[in-house]
Design a protein around this ligand. Structure first.
Ligand code: ADE
Length: 238
């Protein structure tokens, strides 16, 4: 069994995933900390047009992605990590909402497969089939209550949220401990306290005195207060 996390993305727009070559994720990939595969769904089609969708049973607007190319593509990428449990993430605005807690949970998964639907989504039998298939788990995931043109951007968001949490990806892992939305010892999630750097005064705005005091106990108290104020403000806003 590999101890590297593997990420496979299935899409009709492989170029959409180009940002995965940049920054933290690009480095994690090129240094071998993670494996990433991007797969063109159309490679699994058999007709000359490379059709991946059809009209919905029951009528209605738009097109639905056909199950057969998806089944073939998912089976093929499962072969790339044959000893692992495959966690199939189906991107849909109807899915469970992405949170920091879910990102943390997904770091435990050794093989994540992202199914990027377009149009009116993927025939639901794809999720239903893999939900009971051997060595598969299925999650339908949404990144928020709005509708995107497809699952590609949502995949980028989710992968970034997961990958930055993996050991060795961020140089100073202590910076993960205090950031926004991380569960505290008391089981709350807070947004982060405000941060300041040099200069001490910028355009007439001063850094709070307490941060210059060197008193780490008082600084920790102030930061917690600020985090609580910001968290409450956020809850009050509609
Ligand atoms: N596909 C379209 N909209 C989406 C969303 N909000 N989250 C995940 N996948 C999507």
């Amino acid at each position: 069994m590999s101890n590297v996390n593997r990420f496979d993305v299935i899409t009709i727009f492989p170029e959409y995933l180009a940002p995965l070559n940049l920054s933290l994720i690009g480095k994690a990939h090129s240094s071998g900390l993670i494996e990433i595969g991007i797969h063109d769904l159309r490679a699994q089609t058999t007709d000359v047009h490379g059709s991946v969708d059809d009209t919905p049973y029951g009528g209605g607007a738009g097109m639905v992605m056909s199950p057969e190319p998806w089944g073939k593509a998912i089976d093929a990428v499962a072969e790339l990590a044959p000893d692992e449990i495959h966690e199939l993430i189906v991107l849909t605005p109807a899915g469970e909402k992405l949170t920091q807690d879910l990102a943390q949970t997904l770091t435990k998964s050794k093989h994540l497969i992202f199914a990027c639907g377009r149009y009116e989504g993927i025939d639901v039998r794809v999720s239903d089939y893999y939900a009971t298939a051997k060595n598969f788990k299925v999650r339908e995931v949404s990144i928020g209550d709005y509708v995107l043109g497809g699952g590609e951007v949502a995949t980028l968001v989710i992968m970034e949220a997961i990958i930055r949490l993996l050991p060795g990806v961020i140089g100073n892992s202590a910076s993960l401990d205090e950031e926004s939305h991380t569960l505290t010892k008391d089981g709350d999630t807070l947004v982060e306290y405000p941060n300041y750097t040099k200069p001490k005064e910028w355009r007439g705005l001063e850094v709070p005195e307490i941060l210059l005091s060197g008193n780490h106990g008082e600084i920790a108290k102030w930061r917690l207060e600020q985090a609580l104020i910001r968290t409450n403000l956020r809850k009050e806003s509609p």
